[in-house]
Design a protein around this ligand. Structure first.
Ligand code: FES
Ligand SMILES: [Fe+2]
Length: 419
């Protein structure tokens, strides 16, 4: 027997919207593709936004190209550097050779001789790439790319920022991770995370909301989670008190300063922020004094690359040492690792469930779902469409953006109290 899900008819989510069509992501953005050290002279293959890409390095320059030779489709990641000193790559199959520094134009067909008629007539598709702070960023959109600074957080690009990144392939569609990144799971799902076992965990936040703003920290438009009226414990009639109090869990006063005295160099960073094309920013994670970002980079409809980046600001050599020690022994394996693995499991389940029973939007009957619902609406208003690069301006729908309405809570009728 199938039951009708109450959320399916909600007006926010009906229709053929940009968000619903973005199974492979929003194309007109810069995405983190690889860590710099993963790109070497020997080409490496990676599927992104549904397309196979080959990355290679020639001297200081990184190149990205479609991982399919235009002749017979052989992988360019199997290609060879037959002309050392020139930024060319030769296809392994028949030796068509492309000049990567010159738009991928075919400059030789090695098994057809210097007078081969294909020379100058064929191009291998190249993608704009930029290497910043140990990360290779790629533009897979239409036309000329947007300025990198429009999409890459400004704090990440600062000269004094120490950047630590890691990424791995995860099963699930990127949108389920984006939808689940905020909005009420923290106090339940992460309650028994190794990182929080000794920490006193509360019961719930009585009010949730999300608001849009011009991001004062990293530029661009952002969706910020608003939580309020935090409760340590709650009484459920007929059930009792929750959560159980455990003597080994203790509460620590929040601190702006991290290990080794590091601290975020600007004020006003909100706790949880989501931005396009699909990344989250969290304050004081994976350690106090740090700033954390995670991108959900679409690979194919059922996989995404979970690209985790944290920013640290050590003040002196001692602080640098402490930050690194703490990072590699605790923050990276336990927090960026085990803690965030819990989120990935939920994305797996979301994906399988939606595949089996059909897509359901986050239910309006559960108040914390205000966040994922507003995220979907945010994407539909602000996602950069085709043609951005031609004008350099935000798409017209963003200029006329209206405030996102607050979704009804409780029975579904009464307006939700604003925090
Ligand atoms: S398939 Fe690449 S040269 Fe033939
Ligand atoms: Fe989480």
């Amino acid at each position: 027997m199938t039951t009708q899900h109450p959320a399916t008819a909600h007006p926010l989510t009906e229709g053929d919207t940009p968000y619903h069509k973005a199974a492979l992501g929003f194309r007109n953005y810069w995405y983190p593709a690889l860590k710099s050290k993963e790109v070497t002279h020997r080409p490496v293959r990676k599927v992104l936004l549904g397309e196979p890409i080959a990355f290679t390095r020639r001297g200081a320059k990184v190149y990205a190209m479609i991982d399919e030779c235009p002749h017979r489709g052989a992988r360019m990641s199997l290609g060879k550097d037959e002309f050392p000193g020139k930024d060319t790559v030769a296809c392994r199959f028949h030796g068509w050779t492309f000049d990567m520094a010159n738009g991928g134009v075919c400059v030789a067909a090695l098994t057809d001789g210097p007078d081969s008629p294909v020379v100058g007539k064929i191009r291998l598709r190249m993608y704009p790439v930029e290497e910043r702070k140990g990360i290779v960023w790629i533009w897979m959109g239409k036309g000329a790319p947007a300025p990198l600074e429009d999409d890459v957080p400004h704090l990440l690009l600062r000269e004094d920022t120490m950047v630590k990144s890691r990424h791995n392939l995860v099963y699930g569609n990127w949108r389920y991770h984006a939808e689940g990144s905020a909005g009420g799971h923290f106090l339940m799902l992460h309650r028994d995370a190794a990182a929080l076992r000794l920490q006193k965990m509360g019961a719930y936040n009585a009010t949730h909301d999300a608001m849009e703003e011009d991001d004062p920290v990293d530029g661009g438009r952002a969706l910020v989670e608003v939580t309020g009226d935090f409760r340590w414990t709650a009484h459920y009639p007929g059930l009792g008190e929750w959560p159980p109090q455990r003597p080994w869990r203790f509460s620590r006063p929040p601190s702006r300063r991290g290990q080794g005295g590091t601290s975020i160099p600007v004020n006003g960073v909100k706790y949880i922020t989501m931005k396009l094309p699909g990344y989250l920013r969290v304050r004081h994670f994976p350690q106090n004094g740090a700033l954390y970002y995670e991108w959900y980079v679409p690979v194919d409809e059922d996989h995404y690359d979970y690209f985790q980046v944290s920013l640290h600001w050590p003040k002196n050599p001692m602080s640098w040492l402490w930050t690194n020690l703490w990072y590699y022994t605790w923050a990276a394996p336990i927090r960026k690792g085990l803690f965030n693995d819990q989120d990935k499991l939920m994305v797996r389940d979301n994906t399988d469930w939606h595949k089996r029973v059909g897509r359901h939007e986050p239910t309006p009957l559960y108040r914390p779902d205000i966040f994922p619902r507003k995220w979907i609406e945010f994407c539909n208003i602000y996602a950069r469409g085709e043609g951005y690069a031609d004008t350099g301006k935000a798409p017209p729908q963003a200029q006329q953006a209206k405030p996102i309405p607050t979704v009804a809570g409780g029975s579904g009728d009464e307006p939700r109290p604003k925090p």
